[in-house]
Write a protein that binds this ligand. Structure first.
Ligand SMILES: C[S@@+](CC[C@H](N)C(=O)[O-])C[C@H]1O[C@@H](n2cnc3c(N)ncnc32)[C@H](O)[C@@H]1O
Length: 287
């Protein structure tokens, strides 16, 4: 796999993630809820969130755990945490505390056996050495603690990324590094679990398949285009950017027409599926 410069990628992405964060809170919630349910959170627990970005799912986790517990947000890139701090000020109740720590999940600045739970949404795929993360989370979890990681599932079941990628490819020459390659690094069943198991963890997996319907004449793809492809989008000329929007719009309209022809939806509506895998990694075998 070709490797990107991750700190630079997220430094270049931080502005777009902060700009879209509040408008994307609704779609984010559809993934956060099952992720937080899988963590079995309750008031008073101590949770560490890895690769927190601009606050999904740690803001909601802090709400579930409440002031009697403690949530700590971490990210490799301080610029991503700036948006999270802004959102925490607005969303947490007065006196709510959400410490934000710039930290690489390969070397976490925390003592042994202190966390009840660890969450990580769409962050683990950007880390080169997964076994090292496995050893690190096993070190900081309490003996009965566990972690839940959300990763993207089968690329064929994630319509929006495919639509955007096809739109970009129809306008620009293929990028030397496919930006989707890393996103779908753990799409295969068992791909992440096997690496954590090699680090001595006990893993289970769950698949979430969801669908959402949108109006096809609205630019529903823009947030994902500007966030997931931020470094590429930043380098585009205005004409290229317009051409990519038009290409995605055409692809979306064609897909909506084909769904409508098969009686699935009205022609102005488009239904997109997404698939996410939740991987639970425990220090001890589940009872
Ligand atoms: C796709 S964003 C996910 C952010 C957030 N959890 C969400 O779901 O919206 C990926 C995040 O992983 C962070 N990241 C990448 N490599 C990391 C590492 N080695 N340790 C900690 N965070 C990392 C990036 O800085 C970025 O904020």
């Amino acid at each position: 796999m070709t490797v990107m410069d991750e700190p630079q990628r997220w430094q270049d992405s931080a502005e777009a993630w902060d700009r879209w964060a509040d408008r994307m809170a609704g779609p984010a919630d559809r993934i956060n809820r099952p992720l937080l349910d899988a963590l079995g959170l309750h008031p008073g627990q101590v949770l560490l969130d890895l690769a927190s970005g601009v606050g999904e799912p740690v803001l909601q986790a802090a709400d579930r755990i409440g002031p009697s517990g403690l949530c700590i947000a971490t990210d490799l890139v301080p610029a991503m945490l700036t948006g999270l701090q802004r959102r925490a000020m607005l969303s947490l109740p007065a006196g709510g505390l959400l410490p934000c720590v710039a930290a690489d999940m390969l070397a976490l600045p925390f003592a042994d056996s202190v966390f009840d739970r660890i969450s990580c949404r769409f962050g683990i795929m950007f880390v080169p050495d997964i076994a090292a993360v496995g050893f690190e989370i096993a070190r900081i979890l309490r003996p009965d603690g566990f972690a839940v990681f959300a990763v993207w599932g089968d690329p064929a079941a994630n319509d929006l990324f495919r639509l955007i990628r096809t739109g970009i490819d129809s306008v620009l020459p293929r990028a030397p590094i496919d930006p989707l390659q890393v996103l779908f690094r753990f799409a295969e069943p068992g791909a992440l679990s096997r690496q954590f198991q090699a680090a001595g963890m006990f893993c289970t997996e769950q698949v979430l398949t969801q669908s959402a319907t949108t109006r096809v004449d609205r630019p529903f793809w823009r947030a994902t285009l500007e966030m997931a492809f931020a470094p590429q989008v930043k380098r585009l000329h205005e004409g290229e950017r317009v051409a990519i929007d038009q290409a995605i719009q055409r692809l979306a309209a064609a897909k909506a027409a084909s769904q409508s022809a098969s009686g699935f939806d009205e022609p102005q509506l488009l239904t997109l599926t997404s698939q996410v895998r939740l991987i639970t990694a425990r220090r001890s075998p589940p009872v």
